[in-house]
Design a binder for this molecule. Structure first.
Ligand code: SF4
Ligand code: SF4
Ligand code: FES
Length: 741
């Protein structure tokens, strides 16, 4: 754009006597923010845009006979505005009087007390006493709106931010208003509970105490909380979040409104609500050593570290390391330095499938929303990287992008998508000129996806970018920092096979649960049993930990500081918000202790972060190192192949050990095409057993019908401790057996 054009696109508006130059079309409410004039708003929100419903944002514009709303008035050149004067204050006072007519004024028992816009504006503009003599209109209180939220209808000011979030941002349209005038209430469109992976955001958007989170109700007052800003480490998106604690107890997480670059100011419910594990009583707090008879005994840290150092020294390069993708960058760097100094090249952060973790193209979160075409391939971002999925929804619903899901997995993004399960269908869907294309993949190289990937790779490189969602939150950092097989080193499958065959002296699982995550559970169990010394660092007694020789209890990401790497390659700060329980160490501290015992020099703390940033910036693109693990159509006739599905709330560690989110965990299920279900004699809701040719089986799965599932397949959830998918073995072909009751 030329300088002249830029000039003509700017206008000057005078707000409270101060000249502000802003782009033409800027809303008055936003122009006022630039000079720190906070115009009160209820219905307006910068991410939702204006609605013009509540009228609390009245301002005086010279030349206009009446007060105008700042939220829906674009500035014009030479406009003169007063955001505060007696006339404006009078107008707002009148509006507030209506808001307070039926409001219960139960601030002392309201969770929003202390951070409520009605309270604040009533103090600023209200008249102090009501002129109402009639009784207030009662409405339902403490309505159970869904698994995460309680609604108090009396407190609602009908700003409709919640409904508009649900329509504009998530595109889910499950909330609406019922009735009219003073009787209006917030309800779900179906009459069923409000269920969304982003439900918690409405509690933040609600300017009053009408929508409150079940996990935070009656827990604290905002002035008693201490706030830390950090990065969510539940997945690889890297959303910025505030963490509120009081007296050492982690109470809630909140979005960071300024985080336009990554979260777009939202959090998913997993990131928001999966915090109760921090003080769950099942947490490990003492190193555990397994005796010869299989039972465990507690040992002190010093003995545990001495033993581990001796075992590492004894094993030398004959050891393997699996995991580390949940650790912070600095911890990973230290661990890699230690292991490499011991000659260990068998390193792999990929616990589940052998996937590609980093793409060669550079693309970030905002690029997704600007793309003309978005292609998803593999397990959908809606379950692996939820807030990234909101960018997809934004790109399609507001920016006109096309969404294509390539392969067997629908994108499930609540916006129109074109499904393309063959290369020909994908070519047709892309059309002749797909524009800028962002391909979002889970990195797993499934045999069936290879023709589709070839079509995508043939697109012009300059306008086609690949973004990979790693299986662990810091999978990208772990890979770039060297937690991948070194020269001649083995990957996860290779290590497990070598261990099973008695060729590894030591196996370390760093925050990793291959018994749950690896697609061949029998191989993992055989490997763990055959390895002379297995050490696991964990928060909870997972199945892998139960088979370990030594289990070391470690900190969660809320209890340590450093950096993490998101799926776009950004290095983001993680700040400890609460103290770790007594008896627990950070993985990084364990590495430092081991290095001291082994006489190995590690990078000093003051250069750690710069070294991390430099290594991540300069990490070479990894060579292909993949092996197909699952999702292969079976050769045996009369059987079904298995589509491994992801679900945001399926998981074995923090998710399985958090009573607050227990109700959000998905039940074990078998998703089938209706025709397939008929052919196997089962119906929706039936309990079934899914059995592999080897005889391995998963029991008690509930049948769900879905006509998007391939007719020769069954879709099963991975990551559920109650039904670990790896039980069926790699590349399973299965039969469905109806349970007899
Ligand atoms: S529940 Fe809250 S966000 Fe929704 S309309 Fe009422 S006041 Fe607004
Ligand atoms: S999308 Fe990922 S990083 Fe963001 S809040 Fe959810 S779990 Fe956390
Ligand atoms: S904030 Fe302007 S009308 Fe509601």
């Amino acid at each position: 754009m030329s300088a002249t054009a830029e000039q003509t696109d700017l206008v000057t508006v005078t707000i409270d006597g101060i000249d502000v130059r802003v782009p033409k079309g800027t809303l008055l409410v936003e122009a006022a923010k630039l000079i720190q004039r906070d115009v009160p708003v209820y219905c307006y929100h910068v991410k939702l845009g204006p609605a013009g419903l509540c009228r609390i944002c009245l301002v005086e514009i010279e030349g206009f006979p009446k007060l105008q709303i700042a939220c829906n008035t674009p500035v014009t050149d030479k406009m003169v505005v007063h955001t505060t004067n007696p006339k404006v204050d009078d107008g707002r006072r009148a509006i507030l009087e209506f808001f307070l007519l039926n409001h219960p004024l139960d601030c002392p028992i309201c969770d929003k007390g202390g951070e409520c816009d009605l309270q604040d504006y009533a103090m600023a503009y209200g008249q102090g006493a009501s002129r109402m003599v009639e009784p207030k209109m009662p409405k339902p209180k403490a309505v159970d709106l869904g698994p995460t939220i309680v609604l108090d209808e009396e407190r609602c000011v009908v700003c409709l931010r919640c409904v508009r979030f649900d329509q504009i941002i998530t595109q889910e349209s499950s909330l609406r208003t019922d009735d009219r005038g003073a009787h209006v209430i917030i309800a779900t469109a179906t009459g069923k509970p409000y269920v969304s992976d982003f439900s918690g955001n409405v509690t933040e958007l609600c300017p009053v105490g009408a929508l409150t989170s079940k996990t935070y109700r009656f827990r604290s007052r905002p002035w008693d909380n201490h706030r830390t800003t950090t990065t969510c480490t539940q997945c690889s998106v890297g959303c910025q979040m505030h963490v509120d604690e009081r007296g050492g107890t982690l109470l809630r997480t909140m979005s960071v409104p300024e985080d336009d670059a990554i979260s777009d100011s939202w959090l998913c419910d997993r990131g928001r609500y999966n915090v109760g594990f921090v003080d769950d009583e099942r947490r490990l707090t003492t190193p555990l050593l397994r005796r010869a008879d299989g039972s465990s005994t507690q040992v002190d840290w010093s003995d545990a570290l001495d033993l581990l150092a001796a075992e590492l020294k004894k094993a030398g390069r004959n050891a393997g390391v699996i995991g580390g993708g949940r650790l912070l960058n600095e911890e990973i760097l230290l661990a890699v330095e230690l292991f490499r100094a011991l000659g260990i090249e068998n390193l792999d952060a990929r616990v589940g499938r052998q996937s590609v973790v980093r793409a060669d193209g550079a693309v970030n979160h905002v690029d997704v929303e600007k793309a003309n075409t978005i292609v998803t391939i593999g397990r959908p971002p809606s379950q692996l990287a939820p807030v990234l999925d909101l960018r997809i929804r934004k790109a399609v619903s507001r920016n006109g992008a096309r969404l294509i899901s390539a392969g067997e997995y629908p994108a499930d993004s609540f916006v129109p998508e074109t499904r393309a399960t063959t290369a020909e269908a994908l070519r047709t869907a892309l059309g002749g000129s797909p524009g800028t294309v962002v391909v979002i993949s889970d990195g797993v190289r499934r045999e069936a996806d290879q023709p589709l990937t070839a079509v995508l790779r043939a697109l012009p490189a300059a306008t086609t970018h690949f973004l990979i969602v790693p299986e662990t939150p810091n999978g990208r950092g772990a890979d770039a920092l060297g937690l991948r097989p070194g020269p001649g080193g083995l990957n996860t499958r290779g290590m497990l096979e070598a261990a099973r065959d008695g060729k590894l002296a030591l196996l370390a699982c760093l925050g990793a649960d291959p018994m749950l995550r690896f697609p061949d559970r029998a191989l993992v169990e055989a490997a763990l049993r055959a390895t002379p010394f297995v050490v696991v660092t964990e928060l909870f007694p997972t199945e892998t930990a139960r088979l370990a020789s030594l289990v070391l209890p470690v900190c969660s990401a809320f209890e340590k500081s450093g950096t993490t790497t998101d799926l776009a390659g950004d290095v983001l700060a993680v700040a400890g918000a609460v103290r770790a329980p007594d008896g627990v160490l950070a993985d990084g501290d364990i590495v430092v202790e081991l290095a001291a015992r082994l006489g190995i020099a590690l990078p000093l703390p003051d250069v750690l972060e710069t070294t991390v940033r430099e290594r991540i910036r300069t990490a070479p693109t990894p060579p292909p190192d993949v092996s197909p693990e699952a999702n292969a159509r079976p050769v045996e006739p009369g059987r079904l192949w298995v589509i491994a599905e992801a679900a945001s709330f399926a998981g074995g560690g923090t998710l399985a050990h958090d009573l607050r989110v227990a109700g959000l965990r998905p039940p074990a299920r078998a998703r089938l095409h209706p025709a397939t279900a008929r052919a196997w004699g089962v119906a929706a809701g039936d309990r079934v057993t899914v059995s592999a040719a080897s005889g391995a089986a998963l029991h008690d799965l509930t049948v769900v019908l879905d006509d998007r599932v391939a007719r020769d397949a069954v879709a099963l959830l991975e990551g559920l401790p109650e039904a670990p998918l790896g039980t069926l073995g790699p590349r399973p072909s299965v039969r469905i057996l109806k349970a007899t009751r």
